[in-house]
Design a protein around this ligand. Structure first.
Ligand code: EPU
Length: 336
């Protein structure tokens, strides 16, 4: 018998700390329960998959069913001289998993240390940090279609990964529930320390290897990003804008120090944090919502903020950046 709850508060289930309700809510503890759920073939007004609730802003009561996969398990599935394939279940906490791989001496995920959330939701927005994305290390993932019960393996290419993008953001793929992921990790890791101050941080801490790199990433993140336990937040609220060469050139001609990186297809990535910072918005407050003073890409809930206050603040930021630079920012957070 599945324990579907009704009208439950989501306050502790989203890192923004929004106090809204879900009409129906179901934790799926194992795949047996998942198939039991599919067999019932009840029609729901709509469904939403929730992981750690770390990249979502609930704006009102969710009139539908929220499903949360709680499947657990980390296993070695295949090994060569240089590589190890590790399969991990969707309900594992992301950072617990990263810590386990580093502990096993397997390289690939250490730059993605301390990102909040669960493993099953990490491919949806192709989480990335310090020069590494999930897309760089994911071999494949397994998903089950909630209506047909069909189990499908998506290899890396089939996920259509992009910067904070994947096929699972498309509306016609919303019915796939990701059950497990397989990562291809290195037994002889090479360190990716080219991003920002990683090398300096490692030197300062006097640390080495993938364990040391993990420590450096954690130390930078703790310094820059707010702890959701203290101030509700969902990490970066906006994506870094990808712009045409003419827009990048225009920004650079007025601001030679603007961070700007060439990406694919002749496009350029600007820094949303820099653009917001240049508008003098660090620490800016609107009601009980604020721009984080150490990393302006992050919006925080200073305590009991309404989603409307966060949305209004984000709109003010979008408008200010657009009027100063003519660059449009887009939310990275999933607004429900
Ligand atoms: N910057 C400023 N002022 C600031 C902060 C940053 O001008 O107050 C400029 C600096 O020039 C800095 C640049 O912005 O070099 C980039 O800053 P940072 O290294 O903090 O990275 P980011 O581009 O702002 C992205 C990810 C983060 C990830 C970091 C580190 C996105 C949307 N965000 O932020 O991911 O942790 O890189 O790799 O791509 C998240 O997605 O939730 C997240 C936190």
């Amino acid at each position: 018998m599945l324990a579907i709850k009704e009208n439950i508060s989501l306050k502790t289930l989203n890192t923004f700390g929004m106090d809204v309700q879900a009409q129906y809510f179901l934790d799926l503890h194992n795949e047996f329960e998942l198939f039991e759920f599919i067999k019932q073939s009840k029609s729901w007004p709509k469904t939403l998959m929730l992981g750690g609730g770390s990249n979502i802003l609930f704006t009102k009561k969710y009139e539908g069913l929220i499903l949360r996969p709680m499947f657990k398990g980390i296993v070695k599935v295949q090994e060569t001289d240089t590589k190890m394939m590790i399969k991990v279940a969707a309900g594992e906490n992301w950072d617990t998993f990263v810590a386990a791989t580093v502990e096993m001496g397997l390289g690939g995920l250490e730059n993605l240390s301390l990102i909040p959330g669960n493993v099953g939701t990490c491919p949806i927005q192709n989480i990335g940090a310090y020069g590494v994305e999930v897309a760089d290390v994911l071999e494949s993932l397994e998903a089950v279609h909630l209506l047909s019960g069909e189990r499908i393996t998506f290899n890396n290419a089939a996920c259509h990964f992009g910067y904070r993008e994947s096929i699972f953001k498309r509306s016609d793929y919303k019915n796939y529930l990701i059950t497990s992921l397989t990562f291809c990790l290195n037994k002889n890791p090479t360190l990716h320390t080219q991003y920002g101050d990683l090398q300096n941080e490692m030197q300062m801490l006097g640390v080495h290897g993938i364990g040391g790199l993990r420590q450096a990433v954690m130390s930078i993140r703790k310094r820059k990003l707010p702890d959701p336990e203290e101030f509700g937040n969902a990490g970066s609220f906006f994506k870094n804008p990808i712009v045409k060469k003419k827009d990048a050139d225009r920004i650079l001609s007025d601001n030679s120090n603007a961070p700007c990186y060439q990406v694919k297809n002749g496009m350029f990535k600007l820094s949303a944090a820099w653009l917001i910072d240049q508008c003098g918005l660090k620490g800016f407050e609107h009601g009980r919502a604020a721009v984080h003073s150490k990393q302006p890409l992050v919006l925080i809930n200073k305590g009991n903020a309404q989603a409307s206050e966060i949305i209004e603040l984000s709109q003010m930021i979008i408008n200010r950046v657009f009027s100063k630079f003519g660059i449009q920012l887009h939310p990275e957070v999933n607004i429900i």
